[in-house]
Design a protein around this ligand. Structure first.
Ligand code: SF4
Ligand code: SF4
Ligand code: SF4
Length: 207
């Protein structure tokens, strides 16, 4: 008999709710609070899991919050989430525009649970860099800026200049966020002219 993913998912969710409820007293909170912020993933634009992360739907259940990835990161790129993040508290997140990932791959080497899989720099897909052409200096024909291109560790593979305008190539972009961090343009909402979208975090688990 094959794996019953639907049943397994319900069981895991029930287990998480029971565990969190017992340890935090959350059963006392009204249902909308439990179902809202406490179970909302923190992964979003420029809010990324470290390299090698398993799909977000199983990340919180697999990560034991040991903090080894946080400790080993030489750039302090990884931040452990605080208690305000509900079931995701203690899990690691990279804020790309603040401190990006420099792809040293030390975190994937120390993760004891395989939550960060042992992949190479080139295999890393924390997300995909996406240019906002309405903001980017070059696409608006304002001043010549090639910052994102200059800082990219996979220059001419992940990002190239075409008629002096930056273009991202999905097949090689790691989502490291180094370009986002370096971009000199910040919009009112805090976005940069080049941002990392966590496109791969929603990948389905293969059983
Ligand atoms: S690969 Fe290196 S720089 Fe990137 S998050 Fe992991 S430890 Fe930090
Ligand atoms: S090293 Fe792995 S298990 Fe430990 S906090 Fe980081 S992702 Fe979670
Ligand atoms: S385009 Fe940006 S996110 Fe992609 S590999 Fe280059 S620096 Fe990293």
């Amino acid at each position: 008999m094959g794996w019953n993913w639907t049943r397994a998912k319900v069981k895991r969710r029930d287990f998480l709710q029971i565990t969190v409820g017992l340890s935090t007293g959350l059963f006392l909170l009204p249902a909308p609070v439990r179902a809202g912020k406490f179970f909302a993933s923190p992964v979003a634009r420029n809010r990324l899991r470290p390299p090698g992360a398993v799909p977000e739907e199983i990340f919180a259940g697999k990560c034991i919050r040991c903090g080894r990835c946080v400790e080993v990161c030489p750039y302090k790129s990884i931040v452990p989430l605080d208690i305000g993040n509900g079931v995701y508290a203690g899990t690691p997140l990279v804020y790309a525009e603040t401190v990006p990932c420099y792809l040293c791959m030390k975190c994937v080497a120390v993760c004891p649970t395989g939550t960060l899989r042992k992949i190479s720099q080139q295999e890393t897909r924390m997300g995909l860099a996406v240019l906002n052409r309405q903001l980017c200096h070059n696409w608006q024909d304002q001043i010549l800026c090639r910052t994102c291109y200059d800082v990219c560790p996979f220059k001419n593979q992940a990002i190239s200049l075409e008629e002096l305008r930056p273009v991202v190539h999905e097949e090689a972009c790691t989502g490291c966020g180094i370009c986002t961090h370096a971009c000199p343009l910040t919009a009112e909402n805090g976005d940069k002219a080049i941002n990392i979208e966590p496109l791969y975090a929603g990948a389905r688990v293969q059983w």
